[in-house]
Each structure stands twice: as structure tokens, then as C-alpha cells.
Design a protein around this ligand. Structure first.
Ligand SMILES: *Cc1c(COP(=O)(O)O)cnc(C)c1O
Length: 410
């Protein structure tokens, strides 16, 4: 089916421009400082933001030899960001995109055509779900929602695709390393083994996993996408994304991103590269806080019905008593933790998946997946554990009290 040619066993490189293997914290701390040839208008220790939409040349020779011509095709700041994320993911090549959705869209449009099949889990990020459900279907792709994190279900679905022939079409499997909001963890090694055996390509969204916790390319994924808006950006002040993988597949995604205008802006790329330098420090702190917070919430049995958490993840979710009413009470009672429908920043935020990220699924499907109206998602930031815990406990206890009052009055 041609997909085996696309698989270059040899595409992983930890060398990048460093010439030697460095540890994650060193690569992260040096983000943007490593590509010497790219130091354009360099000022001091930092690098300038290059806002030019077009570049000027003294001669046609210079024009033809230049790495940069027009901003939509790439610029020094996007090169830095792409290079930094490729190094963190041990990828041969990287592309910086206008958003996480830009990364998903240019990857899928470069890999698939009408008639091809994609298998993905129903609880993917809402925008991803809608892209496949609305646009990919409209372009004639065969979209199947299967719990691809369940290797047995994946194998059965891929075998069915093979039996029914799927024409000459390609099959692509899409999964997230950690799902949102129930933080189910994908066994990428097992999933990629099934994909390889049954000749499907594997695309992994590593936004929740982060390259500090998981490197899907080293576990057999073909392409990795990121919403850099979240942990890589880390301060809720930029929108960007990334695609990393073999030079060949990234080049194909870049061609689509360039034609469709899905490339990143200089300022967002600059901010993201700057933020990556503190990625490990931010994540390690948030992971410790998150783990301790999960234990404290689990002990709050009068107010909290269930806690969803996993180690090395700054996102956790819980179901508060009283359903939608309980959730409303929590959001009202919180003091410094803000209701904000995103994640991955240094400030702790909460969100309500059933009315935001997963609203597109419809109530029945949400209930089936366990995304109830009383489910609240927390993105743990850099604040003090005791302060975060106290704010949340006061709020969930208010919800529990309101729920008792409500029942008494019935
Ligand atoms: C936010 C998010 C996206 C989309 O990223 P944007 O930067 O908002 O376009 C994709 N996947 C996951 C897992 C996300 O959390």
C-alpha cells in the first residue's frame, strides 16, 4: 500500500545541531540558542523577533540560496521553535504551526485523501473530533470512532479494514498519549506494534503527554503533533502547534501548512521557544503538586464521587456531588482558581468539559464515555499545594452542602 516505503526505520536522530547527545533539561534550557546559522539580528543573549513578511535580496543567486523568502513559508523564529521541539521529541524534523489544530489538520491532510480510513477514539480533543467528524468526512474520508487505546478493539477494527479491502486506501490511526479529561494513558508501544503489523500509520497527539514524559516516535509512532498552546507554551499567552517525525513526513505536512496558511507567527514562535527553556522545571513541579492534590481530593468522599488522575500529568479531573448544580457551586466558590477552558499554564485553572471541550459529542455519548455534568477538570499550575488544595476543598464542600440542602428541600 506504499506505507511501508514511508516508514524509514532510520529517521530518529538525537543529534540535531548539537553533535552529541545531551540530556532533556539541557536541550530544553538551550531552546533557540542552538542554531548558530539562524542568528539574524541577534541582540545580546536573546534572539530578535523577525516580523518581516518578505525578505530582500541583492541578487537572484542570494534569493535562490536563501532559507527564507516569505513569512508563510517559514522564518527564523519558527525554525527555532520547530528545531527545539524536534530535539525534545528525538525527531529528525519538525514544523511549527499556527495552532495545535493547524498541526492536526496539516498532518492529516498530508497523509490522507478521499476514500482513506482513519480510526480514532471518541474522546479526542473537541476540535480534533470536529475536524474528523465534519471536515474529513466531507472530504470523503472514512472516519471510524473506535477506542484505539484498547489494543484488542484496535486490532479487530484494523483487521476488518483489511478484510473489507478498503480499496487501495491508506489506514491511519490517531490517538492521544493521555486522554482529556479522564486521563486514560495510551500504551503507544503496543498500539504502534498492532499498526505496523496491520499496515496502518500511527499519528499521536502528545500534548498531554509532553516530551518530558513520553516520546511516541521512539515507541513506534510515525508522526507526533502538539498543541504548543498548552504545556510547551505554558503561560496561557500564545497559540501554536507542532508536527515532528521523519524529514519526509514533516516535509509533506509543511507543504500543506504552507499552502493552507497554517504556519506560526513570529511572536508566538518566539514566546514558545522562550517558554520551552523552563518546560522541565514547570512540569516537574506541577506533576508533584498534581499527585498530592489527587490524594487529597480522593479523601474528600462526602463531596467528590470519583477522581481521575495519573502520575506525571498536570491535568486531573473529578466528579463533584450534585451534577451540574454541584459544578456551578464549585466554580462560584473558588477564590483564586479561575474557570478557564484551556490548560497547561503556570496558573491553576478549572474547566467544565461537558459544556466546553466535549460539548460537540452530545449528552448521550458523553455519558457513555463518563464525561458527566458534574465532572470538573483541573490544570495544575505552579502555585503552592496548600493554597490550591484549600481553595478546591472549600469549593467542593460548598457543593456538598448545597446538594444536601437541595435534597432536604425536595
Ligand atoms: C488544545 C488541544 C488541541 C488543539 O490545540 P490549539 O492550540 O487550541 O489549536 C489539540 N489536542 C489537544 C490534546 C489539545 O489539548
Amino acid at each position: 500500500m506504499g506505507d511501508t516505503e514511508l516508514r524509514e526505520e532510520n529517521y530518529l536522530s538525537t543529534e540535531g545541531n548539537y553533535g552529541e547527545e545531551l540530556q532533556f533539561s539541557t536541550i530544553a534550557a538551550q531552546a533557540g540558542f542552538c542554531q548558530k546559522e539562524n542568528f539574524v539580528n541577534c541582540s545580546g543573549h536573546g534572539k530578535a523577533i523577525c516580523t518581516a513578511s518578505v525578505y530582500e535580496f541583492e541578487s537572484l543567486e542570494e534569493h535562490m540560496a536563501s532559507a527564507h523568502l516569505y513569512r508563510r513559508f517559514g522564518h527564523p523564529n519558527s525554525d527555532d521553535m520547530a528545531h527545539a521541539i524536534a530535539c525534545l521529541e528525538s525527531a529528525e524534523a519538525g514544523l511549527a504551526t499556527s495552532s495545535g489544530m493547524g498541526a492536526v489538520v496539516c498532518t492529516m491532510l498530508s497523509l490522507m485523501k478521499g476514500g482513506d480510513t482513519v480510526l480514532l477514539h471518541g474522546d479526542t480533543y473537541g476540535g480534533t473530533y470536529s475536524f474528523f467528524e465534519e471536515d474529513a468526512r466531507r472530504f470523503g474520508m472514512n472516519v471510524q470512532f473506535v477506542d484505539v487505546l484498547d489494543v484488542v478493539a484496535l486490532e479487530a477494527a484494523l483487521s476488518r479494514c483489511k478484510e473489507t479491502g478498503n480499496g487501495d486506501g491508506r489506514v491511519v490511526v490517531f490517538c492521544e498519549t493521555i486522554t482529556n479529561p479522564l486521563v486514560r494513558v495510551a500504551d503507544v508501544t503496543a498500539i504502534s506494534a498492532v499498526c505496523k503489523r496491520l499496515e496502518a500509520l500511527l499519528v499521536v497527539d502528545n500534548t498531554f503527554g509532553t516530551p518530558l514524559r513520553s516520546k511516541p516516535l521512539l515507541q513506534g509512532a510515525d508522526v507526533v503533533v502538539h498543541s504548543a498552546t498548552k504545556f510547551l507554551g505554558g503561560h496561557s499567552d500564545l497559540i501554536a502547534g507542532a508536527v515532528v517525525g521523519s524529514a519526509k513526513l514533516v516535509k509533506q505536512a509543511k507543504a500543506v501548512a504552507t499552502r493552507w496558511g497554517l504556519t506560526v507567527s513570529p511572536f508566538d514562535a518566539w514566546l514558545c521557544t522562550r517558554s520551552i527553556r523552563t518546560l522541565q522545571i514547570r512540569l516537574e513541579r506541577a506533576w508533584i503538586t498534581s499527585e498530592k492534590l489527587a490524594a487529597r481530593l480522593k479523601a474528600e468522599k462526602q463531596a467528590i464521587l470519583k477522581v481521575y488522575s495519573t502520575a506525571k500529568c498536570a491535568v486531573l479531573s473529578f466528579v463533584v456531588v450534585g451534577g451540574l448544580h454541584g459544578a456551578k457551586t464549585v466554580f462560584k466558590a473558588l477564590r483564586f482558581i479561575k474557570l478557564a477552558p484551556s490548560l497547561g499554564g503556570v496558573t491553576t485553572t478549572v474547566s467544565h468539559p461537558s459544556s466546553s471541550s466535549h460539548a460537540a459529542l452530545g449528552k448521550e455519548e458523553r455519558e457513555r464515555l463518563g464525561i458527566h455534568d458534574g465532572l470538573i477538570r483541573i490544570s495544575v499550575g505552579a502555585e503552592d499545594l496548600e493554597d490550591i488544595t484549600k481553595d478546591l476543598l472549600v469549593a467542593v464542600r460548598a457543593a456538598a452542602a448545597a446538594s444536601i440542602d437541595l435534597r432536604r428541600n425536595l
